[in-house]
Design a protein around this ligand. Structure first.
Ligand code: NDP
Length: 452
């Protein structure tokens, strides 16, 4: 059977774009890609990239305060949100054009439209045109989820935060995950009065407990009102604001309410299930280690598969798919020991097992140090950093590393190399410190804080 193309990719985000480029440029495949919104997907358009630029923007008040402590005669003027937003938009336009250019240079044909599946080898574009493909890759990502609550239509999601016409004076963030905690810090840094409601006992569930506590304490010290064990019961308009009735018995009014209560895979309306593609309980496409669905010609990568919802993981999955299917080199994406960072202020960098997970697995030693780093201590600030290693008592391998510190995202990337290589505590110990740094603590932690 002959097909119109070798690969049709639905979704131009991190995973889909990587797969398309590798299949076309290195695998010699005839590749088409359809994207209904903007090229680059969540990471580039409404996720990691604009978020990180907002993190930078929000860090200046603290930096100027610190500068004064170092003898600089500086005063903080106002923040011009609309000027920043215009620069942000221009940067996203530039990145989108770069993604598009890279695809075209690789020989990929782009369709700026929605595509759905008709059968195991056919897609239909919004124009009604159909195309046949030997393989179809679904990389449609995920979208914010807002639970059913009275007044839910008043909630903003992370998608809206980059497009605000003005900064709110008082913001409520609902949720305790990556997105909620990051936005709480960003808007607090930008001068907004921020409250965060989280239904559980401590924010950042899934991360190391000690590190979670450390981040929450630092966020509170910066003025974020974190209310744990608190959820929204109802929201209603209150003048220009939103009155929020909470489970803690309080009604409070905010100018804006951001729901960051998780994300759901974009698997609906694509025609997947009638073809035999299996979906999980959350709507995620079920795939095997090679990202293949229950229908052999259909593959899926990235957040739509809800495996590990991180851009670099989607990129690896897309790349592995292209290697496997178009380069005759079967590769499974490796989801083990993937480091990640939460860009709160301070950041949380994490790789491997938490103390709690490691303890449940085997006898461990915990090495943990919390201290005031030189830079902020000199400025008279109370900020403390946390450096923590979890070590197997039997193999001596470092099973996990958790860092709460400025630039923890940068630090954990390097620790992750050693841990991925199987470094033992003794390997860390025989590495000579770089002085004076915060990270030298990772190679000078001599005595276990506790054994478990
Ligand atoms: P998360 O799953 O991390 O967090 C969702 C939060 O919302 C949790 O605190 C959860 O509570 C809470 N929640 C869920 N449902 C409800 C509900 N019905 N009512 C009240 N609260 C609720 O999702 P995010 O949206 O923050 O992020 C999605 C994913 O995107 C992350 O898991 C991560 O993989 C990725 N991401 C990565 C980033 C990075 O690498 N820096 C940045 C941003 C996103 P509970 O804990 O009780 O379940």
């Amino acid at each position: 059977m002959t097909f119109d193309c070798d690969l049709f990719v639905i979704g131009g985000g991190s995973g889909g774009v990587r797969a398309a480029r590798i299949a076309a440029a290195e695998g010699g495949a005839r590749v088409h890609l359809a994207e209904e919104y903007r090229m680059g997907g969540t990471c580039v358009i409404r996720g990691c990239v604009p978020k990180k630029l907002m993190v930078f923007a929000s860090s200046y008040p603290g930096a100027l305060e610190e500068a004064r402590a170092y003898g600089w005669n500086v005063t903080l003027g106002g923040f011009d949100w609309l000027a920043f937003r215009a620069k942000l938009d221009a940067e996203l336009d530039r990145l989108e054009a770069a993604y598009r250019g890279n695809l075209i240079r690789a020989g990929v044909t782009i369709h700026d439209t929605r595509a759905v599946l008709v059968d195991a080898h056919t897609v239909r574009l919004a124009s009604g045109e159909t195309m046949t493909a030997k393989h179809i890759l679904v990389s449609t990502g995920a979208r914010p989820f807002v639970p059913e609550v009275q007044g839910a239509e008043l909630a903003l999601t992370s998608n809206d935060m980059f497009k605000l016409e003005a900064l709110p004076k008082r913001l409520l963030v609902v949720g305790g995950g990556y997105i909620a905690s990051e936005f709480a810090c960003i808007f607090s840094g930008l001068g907004v009065e921020v409250a965060q409601y989280y239904r559980g006992a401590q924010i950042l569930r899934g991360f190391d407990d000690e590190a979670r506590g450390h981040v929450a304490e630092a966020m509170r010290a910066r003025g974020i009102a974190i209310h744990c064990g608190t959820d929204v019961m109802a929201m209603e308009r209150d003048g220009a604001g939103v009155k929020v009735t909470a489970t803690d018995g309080h009604d409070r009014t905010f100018d804006a309410v951001l729901y960051a209560t998780g994300r759901v895979p974009n698997s609906g309306g694509l025609g997947l299930e009638p073809l035999g593609v299996k979906l999980g309980r959350n709507g995620q496409i079920v795939v095997d280690g090679y990202s293949q669905t229950a229908v052999p010609s259909i593959y899926a990568v990235g957040d739509v598969t809800d495996r590990m919802n991180l851009t670099p993981v989607a990129i690896r999955e897309g790349h592995a798919f292209a290697e496997t299917v178009f380069k005759g080199n079967p590769v499974m994406a490796d989801h083990d020991l993937v480091a990640s960072a939460v860009f709160t202020q301070p950041e949380l960098g994490s790789v491997g097992l938490t103390e709690e997970a490691a303890r449940a697995q085997e006898p461990i030693e915990v090495y943990s140090a919390a201290f005031r780093p030189m830079r902020t201590a000199f400025a008279g600030q109370e900020d403390r950093v946390l450096m923590k290693l979890i070590v197997s008592q039997s193999s001596r391998k470092v099973l996990g590393c958790h860092i709460v510190a400025p630039e923890a995202g940068e630090l954990i990337q390097l620790a992750a190399i050693a841990i991925k290589m199987g470094a033992t505590k003794e390997d860390f110990d025989r590495t000579v410190a770089v002085h004076p740094t915060m990270a030298e603590e990772l190679v000078t932690l001599r005595t276990p804080t506790r054994k478990a």
